[in-house]
Write a protein that binds this ligand. Sequence first.
Ligand code: PNS
Length: 158
Amino acid sequence: MRRVVCPGSFDPITNGHLDIIGRAARLYDEVTVAVLINVEKKSLFTVEERIDILTTVTKDYPNVRVEKFHGLLVDFCRQNDIPAIVKGIRVVSDFDYELQMAQLNYRLSGVETLFMPTNPEYSFLSSSRVKEIARYGGDVSGLVPDLVHKLLIERLRG
Ligand code: PNS
């Protein structure tokens, strides 16, 4: 069984994340989407809401499961017998940051990190930008799954 993890905050999931998850699901037998529980960071959606959203928008991928984790990602990998992490790379500055994290994670545990270039259609996309645009009434359709679009409008403008 070839397993991989797609970790993140997913507050909320964007079409860029979904593209990476879907591509990983074609390459691996099982993809675990791991949502970070970060008590220090103020989030728009609770972890449980994010898990529900992720479960709904990945329902067409039978080999994708959604979990939450706290602490070190490599500990989650060890506990779940997952030998590799997949990370989407949008721009060179992502690579600078992710390379250090990948090397540290490997040093800590031997867990490998594989970088997947983001679809250029989404290379400008981030959850923070999406929230900012939606907060000020901009149109984020096409940038996030339809469910997220609806929930963003309800939460930010309702
Ligand atoms: O979507 P994000 O917020 O960019 O995701 C970042 C995430 C969750 C992948 C990263 O912060 C993470 O792995 N956090 C868990 C703590 C950890 O393992 N840190 C790495 C130490 S080298």
